[in-house]
Design a protein around this ligand. Structure first.
Ligand code: ADP
Ligand code: ASP
Ligand code: MG
Length: 421
């Protein structure tokens, strides 16, 4: 008997009919002789709607209370799903993150899993029941409070449970058939990958391909969990994420995919004295905001003034906070002014084959030039090239690059549901 962890995303359980459809899938998996642990997200766009609601009440909701509110979303879907499975004649019980033993640190809104004690889940499956676990939530032992793992965190819940229960596979069910060479909502000619290395998946996830949450990929890589991303709307094989040491030999494609991130903004600090210590001063200050700073570019300073400009990208949501922190120290750091730009997009080209091929950046920049897209920032890793462009041009940019690297498939990709929110 195999133990399978199945995670169903919000778009797969958006309404009553979808919940019944997912219940039938779970019943089929049981009938095939498997033990099943299910992790479920909140229905449809519930989490976004709850965030909006909280912000209507107060501009900056307290972290503890926001977590309390958001975790309610998963309680709704988990209990409804358990009801639907019982209706099909299988025993099923739902569990909150704390009941499932997901212990986290105390960081509200972005808690990290510190330990998983799935005693009750074990008991449930040993007794022949399907265990349904609320995704994206846990609890902190010290404070006794409920926490959330960050947006998209149900993927991490699923992988962590799969690791703790030694599951055969962690299936991530979503509204597309797997991991594609680009977001099929932006590039309809994107191709489904049958396999991808966890290394490449990490880069794509970090660069905004939200089909898998980066921390879930990290966790799976560290604990040797096999992830299978697939659609809850058909029985097609999806994409396997291959960990190092899985014994699978992979022909390395030069490029595995392109990711786009519209959630970032750019801050430019204009006229910074070009002397040792200034970058340290600035980024020590910025670090107090606990924001995830990404691309950093420092210009060559103008010889006449000895002043330089420093730009960096960060999540849009942190923009206001970081701007305020910098402005408060303007005199001490000695810069001229600050610019905030939230009309940018970050685009990343990812492929393990980049290591051994040359001319990739030339081809990328040529494709952007031919599409009439200006590059504002560039950064690279061993297997990734990222550029910042104007947000309204990024769709043209990603399509042009997709074609230039020969990634277009023969048929159009299908997006089964979801609003892309
Ligand atoms: P879920 O509700 O199942 O968690 P998400 O919305 O979080 O679903 O993730 C699925 C979505 O990820 C797809 O609908 C698609 O628009 C988007 N996506 C972005 N990049 C990719 C990619 N490379 N391959 C597949 N889907 C992608
Ligand atoms: N419901 C949460 C979110 O929308 C967690 C998840 O779906 O993974 O971010
Ligand atoms: Mg998701």
């Amino acid at each position: 008997m195999a133990l399978i962890v199945q995670k169903y995303g919000g778009s797969s359980v958006a309404d009553a009919e979808s919940i019944r459809r997912v219940a039938r899938r779970i019943a089929d998996t049981r009938r095939a002789g498997n033990e099943v642990v299910v992790v479920v997200s909140a229905m449809g766009d519930t989490t976004d709607e709850l965030v909006d609601l909280a912000k209507e009440v107060v501009p900056f909701p307290a972290g503890r209370e926001l977590d309390m509110l958001l975790t309610a979303g998963e309680r709704i879907s988990m209990s409804l799903l358990a009801m639907a499975i019982k209706e099909l004649g299988f025993e099923a019980r739902s569990y909150t993150g704390s009941q499932a033993g997901m212990a986290t640190d105390a960081r509200h809104g972005s808690a990290r899993i510190v330990e998983v004690n799935p005693t009750r889940i074990r008991e449930a499956i040993d007794s022949g029941a399907v265990a349904i676990v609320a995704g994206f939530q846990g609890f902190n032992r010290g404070t006794g409070d409920i926490t959330t793992l960050g947006r998209g965190g149900s993927d991490t819940t699923a992988v962590a449970l799969a690791a703790a229960l030694n599951a055969e596979v962690c299936e991530i069910y979503t509204d597309v058939d797997g991991v594609y060479t680009a977001d099929p909502r932006i590039v309809p000619s994107a191709r489904k990958l049958s396999r991808i290395t966890s290394e490449e998946m990490l880069e794509l996830a970090a660069a905004g391909a939200k089909v898998l949450y980066i921390r879930a990929v990290e966790y799976a890589r560290r604990h040797g969990v096999t992830i299978h991303v697939r659609s809850s709307f058909n029985n097609n094989e999806g994409t396997l994420v291959i960990n190092p040491g899985d014994g699978e030999s992979m022909e390395e494609a030069m490029i595995s995919g392109i990711a786009v991130d519209l959630g970032e903004a750019k801050i430019t600090i204009v006229g910074v004295p070009d002397i040792p210590g200034k970058a340290a001063e600035i980024f020590t200050l910025v670090a107090t905001a606990e924001s995830n700073i990404d691309m950093i570019v420092q210009n060559v300073s103008a010889a006449e003034t000895g002043l330089t400009d420093i730009s960096f990208t960060l999540p849009k949501a942190d923009g206001e906070k970081v701007m305020a922190i910098l402005l408060a120290e303007q005199e001490k750091i000695g810069f001229d002014s600050l610019q905030f730009d939230d009309q940018i997009a970050k685009l990343a080209l990812v492929g393990a084959g980049m290591r051994t091929s040359s001319g990739i950046s030339a081809k990328l920049f040529t494709a952007l030039f031919e599409a009439g897209v200006n590059i504002e920032m560039i950064s690279t890793s061993e297997i990734r090239i990222s550029v910042v462009t104007r947000a309204d041009l990024v769709e043209d940019a990603v399509k042009a690059i997709h074609t230039a690297f020969g990634l277009d498939g023969e048929e159009l990709a299908v997006v089964h549901a979801g609003t892309g929110r």
